[in-house]
Design a binder for this molecule. Sequence first.
Ligand code: ACO
Length: 376
Amino acid sequence: MSTAPLDVHKGLAGVVADTTAISEVVPETLSLTYRGYPVQQLAASRSFEEVAHLIWYGELPDAAQLAAFVNRERAQREVTRSTIGVVDRVPDGCHPMDLLRTAVSSLGAEDPAEDDNRRESNQAKAEALFAKLPTVIAHAHRRRRGLDRIAPDASLGWSANFFHMCFGEVPAPEVLRCFEVSMILYAEHSFNASTFTARVVASTLSDMYSAVTAAIGALKGPLHGGANEAVMKMMLEIGEPERAADWLRNRLAAKEKVMGFGHRVYKDADSRVPTMKAALDDMAALTGGERWVRMYEELESAMLAAKGIHPNLDFPAGPAYYLMGFDIPMFTPLFVMARITGWTAHIIEQLDANALIRPLSAYTGPHERPVPAAAA
Ligand code: ACO
């Protein structure tokens, strides 16, 4: 029995699944805006707290709104002993994304308002996750190094406090700036795989923590957020910039992907890359890490010459985080710290005008047939 052929959009490529007012990606003009503001201008002039406010509430905060938001954020950074206990029961040596996924699940289980999907309740949860995830991630960073955790310091800004909790000190303002630039660039990117995952979960009227837990799972994959880790592993494997072009040619000849290159939406360059590359250049100058920049440039030109494929944001972000002193498995959790803003804004937007997300499939298995008689 044949049915009319269905138009299959593998990977949902080219499918417009819903509307959004949070960010606009225009690949033709290499433009990415958050609520109308170019991300490059935000990265050049605004703090990540201001950008988080913009993403959730639609406008940059005025002085009073910013002060109130900063106070709320600083007041709720600590996580309960119960959540730290849950995290500490995750086996040693697991990937920190596993630990983070577990921590968000625990944060949900202990929140009495977990299933309250009213807008104000979900906005409060979004702010709480923004404040608490750095504490969990810093704990994961120190745990893998066998170090005791450092409590949050409410006298420090969001980024400075994170470095304090990880390293016991706050770096030079130039390093903090490069970090904030990466956070702003990573914060939001329309219906990417992890954000869409969060929206699918939210569309069932499940809770925000479940949606974020699922999004963390989606981001972990090397075709998405996990690529920033893969980039640095690749660079360490290559070792010297002079070996980069040959290494890349061999890799392509073996029909293997080169991590940190290519994008589903941007085919003529990723709008975020020049800003992050400039931050990487700054980090290299500050730390004497110029050879990673040379390797970046060798790989970039070899890939463009061979396949015409451009780097994506993960390509400069990987070595930049390395030069900031983070262990490679921490890179994707750093992406989570930023993307929590976009994910939670999308969950709230999904619920504002919800429709269950449930696509169709084109069946290719055997058509209906009788079940044979069971063997006697
Ligand atoms: N290395 C080598 N070849 C590539 C790469 C790459 N990184 N990216 C795309 N191509 C090639 C494919 O092999 C394919 O070639 P073919 O037509 O000869 O078979 C063609 O370009 C199209 O590639 P697809 O994977 O079909 O394109 P798609 O839009 O589905 O992929 C993706 C986008 C998944 C990001 C892909 O470019 C990729 O795997 N990149 C590496 C992983 C990565 O860096 N991910 C981070 C994404 S950005 C982010 O999350 C911030």
